[in-house]
Design a protein around this ligand. Structure first.
Ligand code: CTP
Length: 447
């Protein structure tokens, strides 16, 4: 009996898949089909799959061509499957020509011609109209956003807005964008969503204007400086039937999401303390160091440790306190330690633009603790540690590129679904509320 194996995601099953499976089956007597798991697809950067693993398996099974279906869960599994299942032929579409030659050591490798004019990507794009997005601002993060957006299907960055036309123009040239503008109205009329990456103090105005114009808004953190401004913007988004989302990339990265679930699963017992640090030394001329009311460590970085505290201990803290080192009387806070007191728990966050520290996250529980090494906000790895060192559990996750692709994916999924994530809205309101508290004088100066 000749055994053939093939692999794929088989999202939104189409006739290209059917042709491929038919031809693969014809190569032998027994066909094994490997269907990728959700986590493996995420791992290899395929972030736009629409159907669940179960749906995709059922669709493949429904074709009646597979004699056996396996789930592909990790890099290198193909070799293991081929050896374990005693496969004679590995078959795959011609878009992969050459990529699987390394399997020739284990079995025959056949590349079958791909059916022209159809793909899951195309079907996904047809289902949801392409989002034409414009970038507001042309600074550091905006420059990182463009390459990241290319990893996500269903969106195209069309143009850029900057009140300084020269800056808009050079950004558009650098990223080969279709247009640039220094007129916000005109800019908005050419897109159906915006990513706001302008200086913090301008977010509210740009977001409000865009929402009023019926555009979806992805806004860099901190979205705004007060809870009421955040509430007003979310209210406006609801009224207008559009999506408003704060670009808190860590919240959407798979490793961090798994970390939160793991910590809350009871494995380390009751969580009693969360300690998160994020420091980033900036030169004195940087935007974040400007004493214009919008600079400083808290406004720039506090969203990260606050995110960890809120996700792990909730929003219902009883007290929040800030201790800041300013360096100079009229300077920005170069370092701030934030304390959140909960009933039965405490969180502390350290942020610094002029003081360097270890950027780790430690979640302490009654049975053990979780240690996430720097940079914890790009969670790729975390350890569960217990009194008995033999019990240590190590967890690895993939954090692709700059990580912005995860929040872009979420933004598009929310647009496609037509609904905001109420938990994420509340998180943004609470983050803004904490920053408001700091800015309204709730700080103890260390100098
Ligand atoms: N395939 C094919 N002809 C097509 C599309 C896919 O022969 N028109 C083959 C692929 O080469 C692969 C298998 O079907 O061997 C599963 O491919 P998969 O990646 O699931 O499908 P795509 O439509 O290529 O998906 P995407 O657009 O998400 O990459």
């Amino acid at each position: 009996m000749t055994k053939v194996i093939t692999y794929g995601t088989f999202d939104l099953l189409h006739h290209g898949h059917r042709n491929l499976l038919k031809r693969a089956k014809a190569l032998g007597d027994y066909l094994i089909v490997g269907v990728t798991s959700e986590s493996y697809d995420r791992y290899r950067g395929k972030l736009n799959v629409q159907q669940s693993l179960m749906e995709r398996i059922e669709n493949v099974r429904g074709l009646g061509l597979a004699d056996e279906i396996v789930v592909e869960e990790y890099e290198g599994q193909k070799i293991d499957d081929i050896v374990r299942l005693q496969v004679d032929i590995f078959a795959i579409g011609s878009d992969w020509t050459g990529r699987f030659d390394y399997l020739k050591e284990y079995c025959q490798v056949v590349y079958l011609e791909r059916t022209k004019g159809i793909s899951s990507t195309e079907l996904r794009d047809r289902q949801h109209p392409l989002i034409r997005l414009g970038v507001v601002g042309s600074g550091r993060i905006a420059n990182r956003f463009i390459p990241e957006s290319k990893f996500v299907s269903g969106v195209t960055v069309e143009g850029v807005f900057n009140p300084h036309e020269d800056s808009a123009w050079s950004f558009a040239q650098r990223h080969e964008l279709g247009f640039w503008s220094s007129e916000y109205e005109e800019f908005l009329s050419r897109v159906n969503a915006v990513y706001i990456a302008s200086p913090h103090e301008t977010h509210y105005e740009y977001a409000e204007h865009a929402l009023r114009a019926g555009k979806h808004v992805l806004c860099e953190k901190p979205m705004v400086f007060t809870a009421s401004e955040a509430e007003r913007l979310f209210g406006l988004a609801r009224e207008q039937g559009v999506i408003l989302m704060e670009a808190i990339k860590t919240a959407y990265c798979p490793g961090f999401q798994r970390l939160v679930s793991c910590a809350k699963s009871g494995k380390i017992g009751r969580i009693v303390s969360v300690d998160a640090t994020f420091t980033k030394l900036l030169p004195s001329h940087a935007r974040g160091m400007r004493n214009n009311g919008a600079g400083g460590s808290v406004t720039e970085l506090a969203s990260y440790p606050l995110l960890a505290a809120f996700k792990l201990l909730g929003f219902e803290y009883e007290e929040i306190g800030f201790y800041s080192y300013f360096g100079q009387r009229d300077g920005v806070d170069l370092f701030t330690q934030i304390h959140l007191r909960y009933s039965g728990a405490i969180a502390s966050g350290k942020v610094g633009l002029g003081v360097k520290s270890e950027g780790s996250l430690v979640i302490s529980g009654t049975r053990g603790y979780i240690y996430v090494p720097a940079p914890w906000w790009k969670t790729e790895y975390f350890e569960l540690r217990f009194e008995d060192p033999n019990e240590v559990e190590k967890n690895f996750y993939k954090f692709s590129g700059d990580g912005l692709r995860y929040e872009i994916m979420e933004f598009l999924a929310r647009i496609a679904g037509g609904r905001m994530d109420e938990g994420a809205c509340e998180l943004s309101v609470r983050l803004a509320g904490a920053i408001e508290k700091y800015r309204s004088g709730g700080v103890v100066r260390l100098d």
